[in-house]
Design a protein around this ligand. Structure first.
Ligand code: NIG
Ligand code: FE
Length: 431
């Protein structure tokens, strides 16, 4: 009779090391609660990952004892939160518009610059002229920077192609870049951003093509899960946006709307009516619009750097609270209005500009942002079953996250339960 060799305790420990670990010795672990209506703070908490997901989060010797076989990771008395979620970026583009920024500082307005051939169209020309491999690699590098800043879920919109063909190209490149990096990328087709030159005087033809061919093709090839439109006087009318969003909804896409940014165009009301995942910008939305978002379960996304760049006011926290709407904060990273590369810094700005407290600010960059992407079951919190995506921050208290400027740095960023090395570039570029 043959006997199986008994496994030594060391074998068992090694086997567990790859997938079963516990972050301990924290100052606190803070996570949104399962419904995302508030956060739970676990003083000196621990979080346990197994097979890439959260197994348990809690406080006390009992939890630690239960997981005595997990590989211990010492947080050295630092704060642990879920990894951040950036639910609104325009990350695929070439060049920059620092010159235009100077013109705006000197008093020229955004719409006038756009009308004179600058603005979105300037970036479209630069992006069209750039090689595929350069765009793809630049995007992959940006995603790595986001990870180093504590974001492991990032939405990326196309939008600097404008024509259906050019938008398809960008969506392909977003997919290719996303395959290279350990970041969860959510692809959105921003199909109404600015009117392409070839369609001047033929606006209806663009909408026909989008609804008849482009959106079905994006769906067939699984190039994006969501569709976005820029509902604004310098973008597209409410009627045009409604038409494209209705086609997109019919095809099963999630919906996002750039709404009520430069003027109150009723984009938020449209987003609520159509059950969009999010309505974004909203600087000119009023309380009634926020209440409509609350009723529809549509997340309102604040983009503080874009608001600052355009001299627009963000809503006050008291009104947001009264409305009952879920509020997210995102970078809106783009070369025109928001060259913002750190979501946490955007959170720190929104906290100051709106009066959001530390718990609301964290919720806005985690659970609510995940909800804007429809992934709140698995991302944006550390409740059992969620992805093992967490950050050990170089600070002790939650309140410090929206306090320090430049923002607090991550000490470690876990993706699916793995503490992967962060790009060294970050250490050279950032203070
Ligand atoms: O979200 N509002 C429309 N789109 C971008 C800005 C685009 C640009 O200026 O390049 C935004 O702010
Ligand atoms: Fe945007």
């Amino acid at each position: 009779m043959t006997t199986m060799p008994t496994r030594s305790p060391m074998d068992r420990a090694v086997a567990g090391r790859t997938s079963y670990l516990m972050i301990h010795n924290t100052s606190e672990v803070v996570t949104p609660e399962p419904e995302g209506r508030g956060v739970v703070r676990h003083p000196k908490g621990v979080v346990v990952f197994q097979d890439g997901r959260v197994l348990e989060v809690g406080t006390g010797a009992e939890v630690v004892r239960r997981h005595s076989e997990a590989r211990p990771i010492n947080a050295h008395g630092r704060l642990v939160t879920p990894a951040l979620v950036d639910c609104h970026t325009h990350m695929i583009f070439a060049g920059h518009r620092a010159g235009e920024f100077q013109r705006r500082l000197a008093g020229e307005d955004y719409a006038a610059i756009a009308a004179s051939g600058g603005g979105i169209r300037a970036t479209v020309a630069a992006t069209l002229a750039e090689r595929d491999d350069v765009l793809e690699k630049t995007l992959a590098n940006r995603l790595e920077r986001w990870r180093a800043n504590g974001c492991t879920s990032v939405e990326v919109k196309s939008g600097y192609g404008l024509t259906p063909t050019a938008e398809l190209r960008l969506l392909h490149l977003i997919r290719a870049a996303a395959l290279r990096v350990p970041v969860r990328v959510h692809r959105t087709a921003l199909v109404l951003h600015a009117l392409p030159d070839d369609y001047r005087g033929r606006r209806a033809a663009l909408l026909d093509e989008l609804c008849g061919q482009t959106l079905p093709e994006i769906r067939r090839r699984d190039l994006a899960t969501a569709v976005d439109v820029f509902c604004d006087p310098v973008g597209f009318s409410l009627k045009e946006c409604r038409r494209v969003l209705e086609c997109a909804r019919e095809l099963g896409f999630d919906l996002h709307v750039h709404a009520d940014q430069l003027e109150r165009t009723r984009g938020a009301a449209l987003a609520a009516e159509l059950g969009a995942r999010s309505a974004d910008h909203l600087e000119n939305a009023i309380e009634k619009d926020w209440k409509a978002l609350a009723r529809a379960g549509t997340v309102g996304v604040l983009l503080p750097v874009a608001a600052l760049s355009l001299g627009l006011r963000l809503p006050e926290a008291a009104m947001l609270r009264r409305s009952g709407a879920r509020v997210a904060i995102a970078t809106d990273f783009n070369p025109g209005t928001a060259p913002a590369q750190s979501l946490l810094e955007c959170g720190a700005l929104a906290a100051r500009l709106c009066g959001l407290n530390a718990e609301e600010t964290l919720l806005a960059m985690t659970y609510n942002a995940a909800r804007a992407l429809g992934v709140e079951a698995e991302a944006g919190h550390l409740n059992p079953g969620a992805f093992g995506d967490a950050v050990v921050w170089e600070c002790e208290t939650l309140e410090e996250l929206s306090y320090w400027l430049p923002a607090v740095r991550p000490d470690a960023v876990f993706v699916r339960g793995a503490d992967l090395a962060l790009p060294t570039l970050e250490r050279r570029v950032w203070p």
